[in-house]
Design a protein around this ligand. Structure first.
Ligand code: GLN
Length: 478
C-alpha cells in the first residue's frame, strides 16, 4: 500500500477487503507527514493520538462485522480555522495561539459520525486573509510542485497536504477563493459550495455573508463524497439549507451541455499559459459535443473592489470579539496596562498581524458614518448586479468555465509586500463568492511543472451538476 495512490474509494475498498487496517493507513500517513512535512510546512499541528484512537475504533467496527461509511478510517486534514473539540484552533493568528476548541464544528461532528480520521490542523493565512499562506503568524507553507513558490491561500496548508499525499483529503474554507485558488496552485480538486450548503457553525468567522467550508481532494469523486457528508441544514447556522434544496444532475454526457464562457475572464492580466490551458479544455469539450456559448458577465470588473469593501467590513465586525476580555490571548497581565482601553489596544496591537490590521482599518472606514453609503452600501448594490449577471447567464447555459487564478503559482515573497498585487490574485474567484454560487477548481494541465486549474461555476445548489461536468472534464484531460 502506497499513500500516493490512495483515494477515499480505494481506502474504503481496501478496508472492506482487509488489505490493510485503518490503523495501518493512519500510521502510514503520520509517517509520511513526519518525513515530508518539514519540506512544505502544510501542518501547524498533528493530532496523532486522536487519529490513532479514531482509526482503532474503525478497525474495531470492521472486526465486529459492522457496516462502515465510505469515509470511515479515511485520514483527513482540517484547516486551522475549523473547530475540532479539544484541539487547538488558531486560525493562523497569534491572538488565538492558545485557543482550544470547546466544541466541534458541525461539519466535524458529521465527519466524526462517519468515523473519519483527523490527522491534524493545517496552516492558513491569518483568519483566512490572503492568497499565499504567507500571512500565517506561525510559518509559511511551500508549494509541493516547486518549493520556491506559494501554495496559494488561504487554505494553502490543506491543499499542499493533499497534493503532497500527507493526507487523503482535507477541509478548507472559501470566502473569496481560499479553497479554489490553493487547489489550483497545488493541482488538486477544491469545491466552494453554494452559500448555505454547508453549516458555518464552528468556522472561525472572516466575512459571514461569504464564508463557506469546502472539501479539497485528489479527484472529483472524493470531493463529492465529503461534500455529501458535510452539507445540509443545521439548527446552529440559520443560513444553512435543507438537503432537499439540492438538485440532482441529469446530464448524461458533454453533448447535453451548454457551457458558458465569459470573455471578461480571459482578458489582459491573465497569463498566456493559463488562458491557453483553459481554452484548450473548452475546445476539447466542444469536440465532444458540448455547446459553447459566450456569456457576458459585465460587472466582473467591479467584483474585486466590491469584495475588498464587503469582506473587510464584515471582518472588522467579526474580529471585534478578540479584545483580550471575551476572546484572544490577553495582555491584561502586562505591567504597562493602566485601563480597559489599554487592554484592548495592547491585545489587538500585539495579537493581530499586518494584513489583519489593514483589513480591520479598511472595514471600519467603509462602515463609518459618512462613508457607509459611499462604500459599503454601494458595494452591496454592486454585489446584486454581479449576482444578476450570473442569473442572466444561467438562463442560457448550464455551467460556466473560467480559469481559477490569473497566474501560475507565484514566488514566495513576490507579492507579500504589495497588498494590491496580492488582492489581484483573487480577481477570478471573488465573483462566485459574492453571488453565493458554487464553484469548483479542477486541475487540467501542468505548465513548467506548475498546475493550472479550471473553474467550473454552477447554479445555486447544483453542486451535483458541477461534479458531473467535472468528471467529464477529468476524463478529457487525463
Ligand atoms: N484571498 C482572498 C482574501 O484575501 C480570499 C480569502 C478567502 O477566501 N478566505 O480575502
Amino acid at each position: 500500500m502506497k499513500v500516493e495512490d490512495l483515494t477515499i474509494k480505494n481506502i474504503h475498498q481496501g478496508l472492506l477487503k482487509k488489505e490493510f487496517s485503518a490503523s495501518e493507513i493512519t500510521q502510514a500517513y503520520l509517517d509520511r507527514i513526519k518525513s515530508q512535512d518539514e519540506k512544505i510546512n502544510a501542518f501547524l499541528r498533528i493530532s496523532e493520538d486522536l487519529a490513532l484512537t479514531q482509526a482503532e475504533k474503525v478497525d474495531q467496527l470492521i472486526s465486529e462485522g459492522k457496516s462502515i461509511s465510505v469515509l470511515a478510517g479515511v485520514p483527513m486534514a482540517i484547516k486551522d480555522n475549523i473547530l475540532v473539540k479539544d484541539l487547538k484552533s488558531t486560525a493562523g493568528s497569534k491572538i488565538l495561539e492558545n485557543y482550544i476548541a470547546p466544541f466541534d464544528a458541525t461539519c466535524i461532528k458529521k465527519l466524526k459520525k462517519a468515523e473519519t480520521v483527523f490527522l491534524g490542523k493545517t496552516n492558513l493565512d491569518e483568519f483566512g486573509m490572503g492568497a499565499s499562506t504567507e500571512n500565517s503568524a506561525f510559518k509559511k507553507t511551500f508549494n509541493p510542485h516547486d518549493l520556491s513558490r506559494v501554495p496559494g491561500g488561504s487554505s494553502g496548508g490543506s491543499a499542499a497536504a493533499v497534493a503532497n499525499n500527507e493526507c487523503c483529503c482535507a477541509l478548507g474554507s472559501d470566502t473569496g477563493g481560499s479553497v479554489r485558488q490553493p487547489a489550483s496552485f497545488c493541482g488538486v480538486v477544491g469545491l466552494r459550495p453554494t452559500y448555505g450548503a454547508v453549516s458555518r457553525y464552528g468556522l472561525i468567522a472572516f466575512a459571514s455573508s461569504l464564508d463557506q467550508i469546502g472539501p479539497i481532494a485528489k479527484n472529483i469523486e472524493d470531493a463529492k463524497i465529503i461534500f455529501d457528508i458535510i452539507k445540509g441544514k443545521d439548527e446552529k447556522d440559520s443560513t444553512s439549507v435543507e438537503t432537499q434544496s439540492f438538485s440532482h444532475s441529469v446530464t448524461q454526457s458533454l453533448s447535453d451541455l451548454v457551457i458558458g464562457v465569459p470573455k471578461e475572464y480571459f482578458k489582459e492580466g491573465i497569463d498566456k499559459e493559463v488562458r491557453e490551458a483553459i481554452e484548450k479544455v473548452i475546445k476539447k469539450a466542444e469536440k465532444q459535443g458540448a455547446k459553447i456559448e459566450e456569456v457576458p458577465l459585465a460587472h466582473t470588473k467591479y467584483a474585486l473592489a466590491c469584495y475588498y469593501l464587503i469582506s473587510p467590513s464584515e471582518a472588522s465586525a467579526n474580529l471585534a470579539r478578540y479584545d483580550g476580555i471575551r476572546y484572544g490571548k490577553s495582555e491584561i497581565e502586562n505591567p504597562e496596562i493602566q485601563s480597559l482601553m489599554d487592554v484592548y489596544l495592547k491585545t489587538r496591537g500585539e495579537g493581530f498581524g499586518v494584513e489583519v490590521k489593514r483589513r480591520i482599518m479598511l472595514g471600519t472606514y467603509a462602515l463609518s458614518a459618512g462613508y457607509y453609503d459611499a462604500y459599503y452600501l454601494k458595494a452591496q448594490k454592486v454585489r446584486t448586479l454581479i449576482k444578476q449577471d450570473f442569473e442572466e447567464a444561467f438562463k442560457k447555459v448550464d455551467v460556466i468555465f473560467t480559469p481559477v487564478s490569473p497566474t501560475l503559482p507565484f514566488k514566495i515573497g513576490e507579492r507579500k509586500k504589495d497588498p494590491l498585487q496580492m488582492y489581484l490574485s483573487d480577481v477570478l474567484t471573488v465573483s462566485a463568492g459574492l453571488a453565493g454560487i458554487p464553484a469548483l477548481s479542477l486541475p487540467v494541465e501542468k505548465v513548467k511543472g506548475l498546475p493550472i486549474g479550471l473553474q467550473i461555476i454552477g447554479k445555486p445548489f447544483q453542486e451535483s451538476e458541477i461534479f458531473k461536468v467535472g468528471q467529464f472534464v477529468e476524463k478529457l484531460v487525463h
